[in-house]
Structure formats: structure tokens, C-alpha cells
Design a binder for this molecule. Structure first.
Ligand code: SF4
Length: 625
């Protein structure tokens, strides 16, 4: 079999494809400034801290204009699987005069060792302390990374709260879907980028390069200029939240008249950006060890619980030839054997089967193509057959019906009949897939215990189909998450179920799904409550985030690290009423902390969709905003 990892010669040739600044990207390594080698014998997975991976960029420190450390508030193995991190890293290094290094959250054992030895957190490539960078850009994909932001700042010796930072501290910037409601993290970020990062980040770095950092007060001037002149940039220190005497949120007051009243979410033309080009090949195992290429951004389907469906409008499908070129380039540059075609809803991509077939026609035999979970009703035989071409017979397919009764599927606006779902699963089993994965969500508006039990009944029926085709080798994996009312969705006004109600539904479902080849997976309700607080909170929630971190909370998305009791203590110590934030029916007219962000979908439309949900009435894909 051919070697799957290209030799260094091939990779240098490959770099000819990258931008004008990419050519200067391959430089001798910068001097090692933070010496961690002597710590590596005593920590888990030491290779994650070493950098120097295949395709990693080493841009010249001194000649670069703005020096950015792109920070991911989770471990290397997660951050290296994050699409945005990879795209922004190569974009800034290859196409701009700025430098982009990477940083991830050290696992607790490494963090302890660094504190014991008085070593600061550093940029992976340069090994320079994070304090030496001009800007730290945190990529926030999920709220459970919030405490890790504080952990990373503290390890770097940078004040955690923006109000305590001085002119010689880096600017701390946050961006990503987890800060689409920016308020809970507003005390910690100097600037928050609202929307897609490709253009926004370049504008921030360019503006920074114009400032003379030796001038006293430059930091304040830069933050104000960014908030005033770059659409999509929010400077939280220049907006003051207002509350009534009884603590209700009333809105924001601008501290300067020249600031925008609303922060307009930014979007890019994804055909303009050709990444990934030369993805960095991780040094150690990561959660998604494969090439990820975007098919599109946005989704036309308007499921009422789905924040991504509303945030990433309008839907933008990427040109097929650009997808194929990216796949081809990345396979050559990395030697990877799996390509994932990323999309919120891949089966809505026109000509998906032809695209998959083209990839298989031009790739080596060992390459396998996958798509993320998908809607059932548009999945078809052609796509199933195309996916099966490269896989071992017996692979898996993932569907996300999200609710198990037709009534609930009308409520959430994900209308499919049980018959369609079962027919599709039958077809998939028949085409050779042995495992069907199903995603459901419990706790959505109007749900009864019978609706939750229906999840298990449906899983049993899918299992029966699997047994008919594959006997004991058939499997059905069911993941049941807990509904979290998310900002910018029709369900943003709806209360989250309490723990006892969630547990009762989980148990009712568990009692019915008894086949040993049906694997049921749940989320802990307490974890979902904390996530709801972080999604729906106002600026006061920042006190709870800081209190939780001070009590030792980190890696809150990891079951083995989550400490709900410490979180509950921190929430209480911050004087916050969790019930008020997450279990309360919100009034349609009350101001919401995220109202200052404009995603170009009106509140009136969201409220109308909410009422239609309660009336069990479906809506056609993407109603006009
Ligand atoms: S199909 Fe529905 S749940 Fe899936 S991304 Fe689109 S809107 Fe969201």
C-alpha cells in the first residue's frame, strides 16, 4: 500500500498553492522561550504540547504586523478537530501580513505542573508567552468552554476581567456561536466578534496594526475604534446594561453616541475562501481525525429549536468544483484517509451523490467519505450508494428526527412521518449499513411523557428492521439530549424542563427500549441547566462564571470534570436565581440581553413561529424575515 503521509518534499511543493504570505511561512523555528520539556514526563498525552506538526506554519515573529494567538478553550484533541480554528489559522498566516499562532487549554495535570514551575501559557508554534502577543482570539463554539477562557488567561498571567487590563496587556477577543449572546462573557472579553470570522478577524488585525502601542491610552482608543468602525464588533465595556429595581433586564445604554445601537451579525461569501488548503496534521489522536471540508453554511429548514438554522442564514452552498478541489488538495497534503463533508443539512446540497462519487473516482482506494447527521426525508438511495462505495460494508448512518411523534415534529417544525423514517432506515440497512444512529431531544415545548416514550418505541421498530437485514449484528444507537432554549430561536421564550421532569422522561424511555443492541445515551439534566444559564444569561452571569472557575470548574463539557455542585454554589454566591433565568416563561415584550445583536431575523417572526409551535402548526422552509 502507498504511504499515506506525504514526504516533506511533497508538502513543500504543496505550499505553492498557498497565498503570498504563505511562502514566507516556512522559516526556521523561533527560539524556545517557555521551556516545558521537563514537565512532559509527568503529564498525560504529552505530544499535544509539542507542536511542530506536519503543515504547521512558522511565521517570522519580528516582521509580522499584528501577532495573534488563536485560542481554543478546550484540549488540543478537541481544538484540532475544530473547523474554524483551522480555517482562520491558515487564512491569517497565508494571506495577511499578520502572524497566527495556536493555543489550547492545557489538561489539568499540565496546568498544575505549569503553575508549580511558574511557567506561563504559551503559543504552540512560537513557545512565546501569550502575554507577548498583541491579540488573543478565543474561538467559542460551545458555552461549556467559558471557564476554560478564564483558566487560560490566568495561566498566561493576564487579568481575567477586561476592566483590570492595562496598555501592556494583549487585547482579548472572543468570537463564535457560543457568544452570539455576548453578555455572559462580556466582563472577560475586550471585544466580541459577532458573526463569521474570516473578514472580521482580518479587519481587527489590520486596525490594530495602525495603532502606536507606545502611546499611553492606546488600548482604550483601539477598543473604541474597533467598536465604532468595524461592523460586527462589539465593545462590551462601552455599553452598560440597565436593570429595574427588581432586577429585570431593561436594555443597554451606549456610553458613546458614535457607537452602533445594534451589532450586525456578519456573513461571508464562502466561495471567496478556498480553505482548507494545507490542514495541520495532529501529533496525537484527536476526536475527529479526518479532513473536514464545508459544503455549505446555513440551513433552509427552520426547525424551531435550532439556533444554527437561524444564525447562519442565508443558506450558502459552496460551488461543487471548489469542494472537490479542497478535498483533493487536503488529501494530498495530509495523507488522511477520511473526508467529512460538513454541513448543517448535507442532503439539501444539490448533487451530493455526484460529488461523493467524484471524490471516490479521484481518490486512493483507502479514502472514505462521510457526512454528518442528516434529515431523513431527503436522504435517498443514490446518496446511500455513493457513501457505501468507499466504506467497509456495515458502516453507520446518522439521522436526526429530534422528536418521535408526528405531533411533536410539527411543534418543532421537523415534519416527517414515521413511515418515511422507517422506510429510510430500512433502505439504509438494505444497502449494507448495519448501525443506525438516531438523535432526539427531550423537554421541547408541549412534550408529554408519552412523547418521550415514543422515542423508545421508534427505536424498537428501527431495531426490528435492522434485525431483518443483519440479525444480531444490527445496532441502533440513540442519543437523547435535553432541550435548551437558545437565543435567536422561536423557543427563546420557553422555560426549560426541571431536572425531575427530565429524569422522569429519561426513565420512561429507558424502561421501554430493552433490546440489548439498542444503546441509549443521555445528557445529565444539571449539565443542561448550566448550559441554559450560559446561553440565556445577562452580564450578571459573568459573576457565576468567575465564581465557578475560582471553585475549580474547568472542562465543563467533559463528564469526568463537570462539577455541578460547584456551579450551583457559584450561582448562589453571585446572587443569581437560576429558576428566573432558565425555568421561567419569558414575556414576548420583555427586553432580552441579546437584543443588541441583529441577526436579520425579526423578533416578530420568531414570536409568530413560537405561537405556531404551540398550535402544532408547521411552517415551510425559511420564512421571509
Ligand atoms: S435541519 Fe433543522 S435542526 Fe438541522 S440544521 Fe437545519 S434547521 Fe437546524
Amino acid at each position: 500500500m502507498a504511504c499515506r503521509v506525504p514526504c516533506r518534499q511533497e508538502s513543500v511543493e504543496g505550499s505553492a498553492a498557498i497565498g503570498q504570505y504563505g511562502r514566507m511561512a516556512i522559516q526556521p523555528p523561533a527560539p524556545v522561550l517557555v521551556d516545558i520539556e521537563h514537565l512532559l514526563d509527568s503529564v498525560k498525552k504529552p505530544a499535544q504540547y509539542l507542536a511542530g506538526e506536519h503543515n504547521a506554519r512558522q511565521k517570522d515573529w519580528d516582521s509580522s504586523q499584528t501577532r495573534l494567538a488563536l485560542c481554543f478553550p478546550d484540549a488540543y484533541e478537541i481544538g484540532m478537530s475544530n473547523l474554524a480554528m483551522g480555517l482562520l489559522y491558515e487564512l491569517i498566516n497565508d494571506d495577511t501580513p499578520h502572524l497566527c499562532d495556536r493555543c489550547f487549554t492545557p489538561l489539568p495535570d499540565m496546568a498544575d505542573a505549569m503553575r508549580d514551575h511558574d511557567l506561563p501559557l504559551f503559543g504552540w508554534e512560537s513557545r512565546r508567552p501569550l502575554r507577548d502577543f498583541h491579540i488573543l482570539g478565543f474561538s467559542m463554539s460551545y458555552e461549556s468552554g467559558n471557564t476554560n477562557v478564564l483558566e487560560m488567561l490566568d495561566l498566561a498571567g493576564i487579568p481575567i476581567e477586561r476592566i483590570d487590563r492595562a496598555d501592556d496587556d494583549p487585547i482579548v477577543l472572543g468570537g463564535g456561536s457560543a457568544v452570539s449572546n455576548p453578555e455572559p462573557m462580556a466582563d472577560f472579553f475586550d471585544l466580541i466578534a459577532v458573526g463569521e470570522g474570516e473578514d472580521l478577524l482580518q479587519q481587527v488585525l489590520n486596525l490594530h496594526a495602525e495603532f502606536d502601542r507606545s502611546q499611553p491610552g492606546w488600548r482604550h482608543d483601539f477598543i473604541a475604534a474597533a467598536g465604532r468602525t468595524i461592523p460586527g464588533i462589539y465593545a462590551p465595556g462601552l455599553y452598560e446594561p440597565q436593570y429595574s429595581e427588581d432586577g429585570a433586564f431593561l436594555g443597554h445604554r451606549r456610553l458613546r453616541d458614535d457607537l452602533p445601537e445594534k451589532i450586525a451579525r456578519q456573513y461571508v461569501d464562502i466561495d471567496e475562501y478556498s480553505g482548507p488548503r494545507l490542514p495541520v496534521v495532529p501529533n496525537t489522536g484527536v476526536v475527529h481525525d479526518r479532513i473536514a471540508v464545508e459544503l455549505d453554511r446555513g440551513c433552509a429548514r427552520a426547525c424551531r429549536f435550532c439556533q444554527a438554522g437561524y444564525l447562519y442564514r442565508p443558506v450558502r452552498h459552496r460551488r461543487k468544483d471548489l469542494v472537490e478541489q479542497a478535498v483533493d488538495r487536503c488529501l494530498t497534503a495530509t495523507g488522511q484517509s477520511e473526508v467529512s463533508l460538513l454541513s448543517l443539512n448535507a442532503v439539501d446540497y444539490q448533487g451530493l451523490d455526484g460529488l461523493i462519487n467524484n471524490v471516490y473516482d479521484s481518490a486512493e482506494d483507502y479514502v472514505r467519505v462521510s457526512i454528518p447527521s442528516t434529515r431523513v426525508e431527503t436522504f435517498n438511495v443514490d446518496v446511500a450508494d455513493a457513501l457505501q462505495r468507499g466504506g467497509k460494508r456495515g458502516g453507520s448512518l446518522t439521522f436526526a428526527p429530534e422528536a418521535a411523534t408526528p405531533r411533536m415534529r410539527r411543534v418543532i417544525n421537523k415534519e416527517i412521518s414515521d413511515e418515511d423514517l422507517l422506510e429510510t432506515c430500512d433502505m439504509a440497512f438494505q444497502r449494507g449499513f448495519r448501525t443506525i444512529k438516531l438523535y432526539f431531544m427531550i423537554g421541547q415545548p408541549t412534550e408529554t411523557i408519552e412523547d418521550a416514550q415514543a422515542i423508545a418505541h421508534l427505536a424498537n421498530r428501527v431495531m426490528a428492521l435492522g434485525r431483518r437485514h443483519h440479525g444480531k449484528r444490527a445496532k441502533v444507537n440513540v442519543t437523547v439530549s435535553t432541550f435548551i432554549p437558545k437565543p435567536f430561536t422561536p423557543f427563546q421564550w420557553h422555560p426549560q424542563d426541571r431536572s425531575d421532569a427530565i429524569r422522569a422522561k429519561q426513565q420512561a424511555c429507558f424502561d421501554i427500549a430493552r433490546d440489548r443492541n439498542i444503546h441509549l445515551m443521555w445528557h445529565d439534566p444539571q449539565e443542561s441547566h448550566i448550559e441554559a444559564l450560559l446561553a440565556l444569561g445577562d452580564r450578571r452571569v459573568g459573576r457565576a462564571i468567575k465564581g465557578a472557575w475560582e471553585r475549580g470548574c474547568r472542562f465543563d463539557g467533559w463528564m469526568e470534570h463537570l462539577e455541578p455542585n460547584r456551579w450551583y454554589e457559584a450561582i448562589e454566591a453571585a446572587g443569581l436565581d437560576l429558576d428566573w433565568y432558565i425555568h421561567r416563561q419569558r414575556d414576548p415584550d420583555e427586553p432580552l440581553p441579546w437584543d443588541l445583536v441583529d441577526i436579520f431575523v425579526s423578533k416578530r417572526l420568531l414570536q409568530r413561529e413560537y405561537q405556531r409551535a404551540l398550535a402544532e402548526s408547521a411552517t415551510e422552509p425559511v420564512p421571509a424575515a
